[in-house]
Design a protein around this ligand. Structure first.
Ligand code: NI
Length: 644
């Protein structure tokens, strides 16, 4: 399928295949789609993002090479006509592919704002819904309809575009509806027919009355006056440089990308001219809830695959979100109608003091030295419904890479019955915060000293007392090479200090050992839902802490490309069914790690009415990647506080 190329497309003149998408490029893409007749009145964008070229092409790119900028666009026809997955070249003004999707087999495209906006209208038109509210003594007009992804629970919903709606009473314009969940009733909404297909009215639980506004001085009381200012200054400027989207800092060198599905993507991360990671991102996440009640059993949200949550990235503010000498990057995303929208200050870049790097006062030599650790921080924050997620990537002076999710906002609420509740915490009279998990999948396309890597599971092994261990103090390290995909589906084991080392068998350090980076898992719980549950089939990635796959450019999302209402089994379970080799002749292969990390959230009263940030993450640490401590050249701090 080819459209006529618009003359002289100005696409913002990308010079590298991984440059950030521009306003001009999204305009060009939209024009091509419109010219090809793919944008009818009822057609909306569900996703638009750079279709990254194949790894080989990116690695072969040199300055001045011509760049073909291709974009992937998911097009939803709200009238119910087939959706499309389209790849467009903004540079050539051509459509490279346009695949029609069958929702009965492939699942649905993500839920979009255009659908959120019609939700209240749809439920208000339902007599059944309004009657259920009136039976509870509630005026339906005061109830905010929260549109939630439907999952895949009923055969009769197969192929239909569905959402489920829970209601929250709002007592006045500034009142936080989350404080007043209308529990015991849920509406199932057919988004194409624009009607409620079913109302499940289980129990008329009382609606909690106490307000939950965290921004109302009358409710939160006077602000404390005891905090003195903290100011962070870098009088000589920052130590990093940013050239387009290429960041360099203290030997680190990488490119920063962004798309509305994964948010931040980091590319070609290297240190001192040596590659470490080809591409890193949070490729999926799921928030499964624990309550089996008929009104809530279906609650699990894939914020990336079902909602494209990074399209709601915040514009960050200096002094509030970020402190110090900050550089911001804007990003461009596409709105539902395909128009480019710039999110200013979406990505925050800064360096941060991180306490002691190393220190010793020697007994014999009187040497006494202290060095301070520093990290480069690359972050963004996004708001999806009641929750807010920050994603922070850290690069440290000593070669460590870390990722940290920050979870805040308002936990989802329910009624809390007077007789107690095994699946929620009471946080106000009659108000509960249901138990749930936040499980993230980090896709780590590793490149430790090159593309060919192998993965070894390493752990401490205590040895039994015996002839070789007469005093019983012995322990050693075991290493097991993960040679095929089926055996490379692993759980953490904090009791044994289990890590996974990504080694390069053909690159050795001065000790003759293969260079490595180790993935350190926090070892927090994986998916707690039963293996036979719908969510376990759809979020199979979350049943293991680690999956290793052979690189395939098309394998990007661990729960599949079209997650919304997908019946399950897509992504990692399908790909790894082939049990591809991960280690050819002991020389490794081009491997991708998928790491599940997250929080199992049994909410605390302190999480209401707004939750102090909680954290989940992982680290990638060099192991023999360097021959010795790579930070001996860090000078002592010249700060006056160190030399009083
Ligand atoms: Ni939570």
């Amino acid at each position: 399928m080819t459209a006529t190329a618009p003359a002289n497309i100005d696409t913002g003149a990308a010079t590298h295949p991984l440059d950030l998408a521009t306003t001009e490029e999204f305009r060009a893409v939209r024009e091509v789609l419109a010219d090809a007749g793919l944008l009818g009145d009822s057609v909306r964008y569900c996703f638009a993002g750079l279709e990254e070229p194949d790894k080989a092409a990116v690695l072969a790119h040199t300055d001045g090479d011509r760049v073909d900028r291709r974009f992937r666009v998911l097009l939803l026809d709200m009238s119910g006509a087939p959706s499309r997955d389209v790849v467009v070249s903004a540079s050539r003004g051509e459509i490279d592919s346009a695949v029609e999707l069958d929702p009965a087999t492939s699942g649905q495209l993500p839920i979009i704002d255009s659908e959120f906006e019609i939700m209240e209208e749809i439920v208000l038109a339902s007599t059944e819904w309004c009657d259920a509210l009136r039976r509870r003594g509630i005026d339906p007009a005061t109830v905010r309809a929260v549109p939630l992804s439907a999952g895949a629970y009923y055969p009769e919903e197969t192929g239909r575009r569905m959402a489920r709606v829970l209601g929250f009473r709002q007592d006045h314009e500034k009142d936080s509806p989350w404080a007043h969940p209308v529990d015991g009733v849920v509406a199932y909404v057919d988004l194409v027919a624009r009607e409620v297909s079913r109302v499940v009215d289980h129990t008329p639980l009382p609606v909690p009355d106490e307000p939950g506004n965290f921004d109302d001085p009358e409710q939160v009381g006077p602000q404390r006056t005891t905090l003195k200012p903290i100011e962070i200054t870098q009088p000589e400027g920052v130590s990093f440089s940013l050239e387009g989207n290429r960041l360099r800092w203290e030997g680190w060198d990488l490119r920063i990308g962004f798309n509305e599905r994964e948010g931040l993507t980091l590319h070609q991360i290297g240190i001192h001219g040596r590659p470490v990671v080809y591409r890193a991102s949070i490729a999926e996440m799921v928030v499964p809830y624990a309550d089996p009640s008929p009104v809530r059993f279906w609650q699990n949200y894939f914020d990336a695959g079902e909602y494209m949550f990074a399209r709601y990235a915040n514009s960050l503010e200096l002094g509030c979100d970020c402190l110090g000498e900050i550089r911001y990057m804007d990003v461009v995303v596409a709105d539902d109608d395909g128009s480019p929208r710039t999110i200013t200050n979406a990505i925050c870049l800064h360096e941060e003091d991180f306490g002691i790097l190393w220190k010793h006062s020697d007994l014999f030599t009187n040497a006494s030295e202290t060095r301070r650790q520093r990290r480069m921080v690359i972050s963004f924050f996004t708001t999806i419904g009641n929750y807010d997620y920050g994603f922070y990537w850290y690069l440290y002076l000593d070669g460590t890479i870390a990722c940290e999710s920050k979870l805040t906002g308002i936990p989802f609420t329910s009624a809390y019955p007077s007789e107690g509740h095994p699946y929620a915490t009471q946080v106000a009279p009659g108000l509960g915060l249901p138990y749930h998990q936040h499980l993230f999948s980090a896709r780590l396309d590793m490149a430790v000293d090159g593309q060919r890597n192998a993965v070894e599971e390493c752990e401490a092994v205590a040895l039994p007392m015996g002839e070789d261990n007469p005093w019983g103090n012995a322990f050693t390290e075991s290493r097991t090479r993960l040679t095929h995909e089926a055996e490379a589906q692993r759980l953490a084991d904090p009791g044994r200090g289990r890590t996974w080392q990504v080694i390069n068998p053909e690159s050795t350090n001065r000790h003759g050992r293969p260079v490595a980076y180790a993935l350190h898992s926090e070892g927090s719980p994986t998916l707690l839902a039963d293996d036979r549950s719908v969510v376990a089939g759809r979020a199979a990635f979350a049943t293991k802490h680690l999956w290793v796959t052979a690189y395939d450019a098309d394998q990007r999302y661990p729960a599949g490309d079209y997650v919304n209402q997908h019946a399950g089994g897509a992504g990692l379970p399908t790909w790894t069914a082939a049990d591809r080799p991960l280690d050819e002749d002991g020389r490794g292969a081009d491997v991708v790690l998928w790491h599940t990390f997250g929080l199992t959230h049994v909410p605390r009263p302190e999480d209401w009415p707004i939750m102090p940030v909680d954290y989940a993450g992982f680290r990638l640490m060099p192991v023999g990647f360097f021959d010795r401590n790579p930070t001996l050249d860090v000078p002592p701090s010249s700060n006056g506080h160190c030399h009083s």
